[in-house]
Design a protein around this ligand. Structure first.
Ligand SMILES: [Zn+2]
Length: 251
């Protein structure tokens, strides 16, 4: 009898415990997903909350961007409810983890190629992904005021702006923009034909251009330089390969 009672009680409590456990487990999984939601591995992602973003390190954010690009390459992009992400982001404010500076290139949309959602990153686009004062100001807002932890400069292969700079193209306001890319053309050491028809040279210049942009961000933004030196943010570089769909992070 005693044993039965105990069993009964145990069974009852066991039942309750199981329910509690399931509830707790679900909650824990939920938090786990949310904790990595930028970026996590479960079926659905939601817009980042402030708490989720704040507990991630710059390195963790970059790792999740790499994972997202891996999912994209494998055709394993996560199912997303963009409307839900939009509504959540709108309701609670935005807490993006990074600011990405990339080219206006139509074939390299950052959220798509890194499998990110609404509210995950700030985006700055300009032909040739160069960082002059307005872009720097935008990045300073993103990091210092809004709490983003990664500044990612992303160049890409076969970039028309880079080719234009190599070819000394002149066209309206574009002339002045290309002039800002030309230092990268000069600074690129390359064995082979230094021409826009040489894809390898174009990509080498694009890579150098990302490096110079990263250096320019440090040199021309005291705000970002200070955040980077404290380890609050990381300034990172990358190249996107249009053919392989790979984002190659410099570090
Ligand atoms: Zn481009």
């Amino acid at each position: 009898m005693k044993s039965k009672t105990i069993e009964g009680a145990s069974g009852e409590y066991g039942h309750l415990d199981r329910r509690t456990f399931l509830t707790v487990t679900s909650a824990a999984i939920g938090l786990g997903v949310l904790g990595e939601s930028l970026f996590g591995n479960l079926v659905y992602a939601d817009a980042l909350t402030k708490e989720q973003r704040d507990k991630m390190t710059p390195e963790e954010i970059i790792t999740e961007m790499k994972r997202g690009n891996e999912r994209f390459r494998k055709g394993e992009r996560r199912a997303r409810d963009f409307l839900k992400e939009q509504q959540q982001a709108s309701a609670k404010g935005q807490y993006p983890a990074a600011v990405v500076l990339s080219c206006i290139e139509s074939r390299a949309p950052a959220e798509v190629i890194m499998d990110l959602g609404i509210g995950d990153i700030f985006n700055a686009h300009v032909a040739g992904n160069i960082a002059k004062s307005d872009i720097l100001g935008s990045m300073e807002f993103a990091c210092k005021a809004a709490g983003a932890k990664v500044v990612l400069v992303m160049g890409h292969t076969a970039c028309g702006a880079i080719k234009g700079a190599i070819d000394n193209v002149e066209l309206g306001n574009l002339t002045g923009l290309l002039a800002k890319i030309k230092p990268a053309v000069k600074a690129t050491s390359f064995k082979g034909e230094r021409a826009s028809k040489n894809a390898a040279f174009v990509d080498a210049v694009a890579r150098k251009n990302v490096e110079l942009t990263m250096a320019g961000i440090r040199n021309n933004s005291a705000v970002l330089k200070e955040l980077a030196s404290k380890g609050t943010i990381k300034i990172a570089g990358s190249m996107y390969d249009l053919e392989t769909a790979t984002v190659d992070f410099f570090a």
